[in-house]
Design a protein. Sequence first.
Length: 125
Amino acid sequence: MRMLCASTLIGEFFVIGFAGLVAMQLSDLSDTTIWTVSGVAMLLCVVLCGALGRRGGVTLGWVLQAALVASGFVVPTMFFLGIVFAALWWASVHFGRRIDEAKARWARLASEAEQGGDEAAATPA
């Protein structure tokens, strides 16, 4: 799950940076305000990549998704991009957990097969 979610967050990092550039042209906000907000959001993307394995990491990711959608009030295209990334985030979390469960199941089956193979090899025929 962490790999898929981190990939989504890195994509968002770049989108937020480009949205900051667009906001400078379309918004009445000061450049300092735009880059402070964009910079904090971009930093949060990078920090969340490392925090995904910890409690609350995925929840903070959802908060970031909501903020990305809300940024559409400054740059209207971000409504669309925010929804796209929220869908990607959902898919990353949902399918990532399924992949993690499948990997754990395969590892358990391989371990059981290995243990069964060792016992069979140790038992004389």
